[in-house]
Design a protein around this ligand. Structure first.
Ligand code: SAH
Ligand code: SF4
Length: 437
């Protein structure tokens, strides 16, 4: 009988990419994917622990899964990803219906673990060697039809003081370029038009291999025939090189978008966060990028409520936002992660203040985002068609090269087409328009 699996994915694009790779691995041992969780013989949770909200949600979901195990005692439940790495065997101790826990660097062993559990039914935990090489899957089953996520490196060496990622993902490890090329060529052969290179800090690519650097890799990928759009994330401001800026400026299909998390707008807090750059350095970098690529879209991440944050620091951050004028900012409330240095810092900010500051920050940024989007009102933009919108099958959605979402009435276009859309309505997060070619 056909065996079915269901993967529940939490967290960032890296986790989405890794779930696609787990799906590829499982298909090789006779499993097929199902959307119906009740029909699954194997449920995998690909977990996140970057903030406590993610963790709470996942523990809630794990609790819910117990009922499926009661209905079907043969069901196999596994937990993988960052929370698996962090909590290890405590996950099984806390939730007895979990069968195995695999750490982030052990992902390549998934088929072996599932097969041995099928025969021996023996609970299993392995979170060892977090910085070990990940045996990778280069033929993943991708969730999207247009954009392919391709991890180019795993791990992080930066140890920002608030962040748990370096502990649950281990040290930076770059994938060999040949493997990356093989995966991209396969994606292009299968009709993918957009390639999205992923890493915690893509600008460190290659340092551990002593081979080509990220700018060189990006330039080489840009030469692959069949790619219409090339993106990458994330860039740490300290490592974004002049060489990369010039590769982007002269690129063929590299999209005019950089996600450049600043995290905060005061030097005092940046220093406590161990971000290594100053506000002035960041502004200089933005100036350089905008001079070389005038239509660049810049997005960022910000954290409010970091220990020691004063009203004055916060005001500096608001002013910083007004000065840079990002296209979009993803804003987070600081979440204390045990084991990170900041968990022991003095000057904790109370919840009410954190929420108030988050709202103020969002109000300032949303106004800027809307103002920037208004420049596109009436303009015609190139859109890569992604498919039906969530709410209306007659309305399709796609993205501009600058990564803004566009909604338009469906005519005859297909998923993956590049079309022109005339924008007639702009909002903070999306554009609306009609086909213009
Ligand atoms: N490697 C990427 C992204 C890491 S996690 C980078 O360095 O930019 C994604 C975002 O989550 C971070 O940019 C940061 O803004 C946020 N984040 C990380 N740890 C956090 C914490 N403890 N509390 C709140 N937000 C956090
Ligand atoms: Fe976390 Fe900093 Fe590494 Fe990003 S660069 S993953 S924020 S430690």
């Amino acid at each position: 009988m056909d065996k079915k699996f269901k993967i529940l994915t939490y967290g960032c694009q890296m986790n989405i990419a890794e779930s696609e790779r787990m799906a590829g691995q499982l298909s090789k041992i006779g499993y097929t994917m199902t959307e119906d969780i009740e029909a699954a013989d194997l449920i995998l949770i690909n977990s996140c622990c970057v903030r406590s909200t993610a963790e709470d949600k996942i523990y809630g979901k794990i609790g819910e899964l117990k009922k499926y195990k009661l209905q079907n005692p043969a069901l196999i439940i596994g937990v993988m990803g960052c929370l698996a790495q962090k909590d290890g065997e405590n996950l099984i101790k806390r939730s007895l219906h979990i069968d195995f826990v695999l750490g982030t660097a052990r992902r390549g062993e998934l088929p072996k673990i599932v097969e041995s559990f099928e025969s021996a039914r023996k609970k299993f935990v392995d979170t060892s060697n977090v910085s070990g090489i990940v045996e990778d899957e280069i033929f993943p089953i991708r969730a999207g039809k247009v954009s392919a996520f391709v991890p180019i490196m795993y791990g992080c060496n930066n140890f920002c003081t608030y962040c748990i990622v370096p502990y649950v993902r281990g040290r930076e490890r770059s994938r060999p370029a040949a493997e990356i090329f093989a995966e991209i060529k396969n994606a292009v052969d299968n009709g993918y038009k957009e390639i999205n290179l992923l890493g915690q800090n893509v600008n460190s690519y290659g340092k551990d291999l002593g081979q080509e650097n990220f700018a060189q890799l990006l330039s080489a990928v840009d030469k692959i025939d069949g790619i219409e759009r090339l993106r990458f994330m994330t860039s740490h401001p300290k490592d974004l090189s002049d060489e990369l800026i010039s590769v982007m400026a002269s690129g063929k299909n590299i999209c005019e978008h950089i996600h450049l998390p600043v995290q905060y707008g005061s030097n005092k807090i940046l220093k406590k966060m161990n971000r290594v750059y100053t506000v002035e350095k960041y502004l200089e970098l933005v100036k350089k990028i905008r001079a070389a690529i005038p239509n660049i879209s810049l997005t960022t991440d910000l954290i409010v409520g970091f220990p020691g944050e004063t009203e004055e620091d916060f005001k500096l951050t608001l002013n910083f936002l007004r000065e840079v004028r990002f296209d979009t900012a993803f804003t987070f409330i600081y979440s204390e992660r045990s084991g990170t240095p900041a968990a022991n810092f003095e000057g904790k900010v109370d919840d009410e203040t954190k929420h108030r500051r988050l709202n103020e920050l969002m109000t300032v940024q949303n106004k800027i985002s809307l103002e920037k989007n208004l420049q596109f009102d009436g303009a015609t933009v190139e859109v890569l068609v992604e498919g039906e919108s969530k709410t209306d099958k007659n309305i399709y959605t796609g993205r501009t090269r600058s990564n803004k979402a566009v909604l338009f009435p469906h005519e005859s276009e297909n998923v993956g087409d590049l079309i022109n859309v005339k924008i007639n309505q702009v909002q903070t997060w999306i554009f609306k328009g009609v086909r213009a070619d």
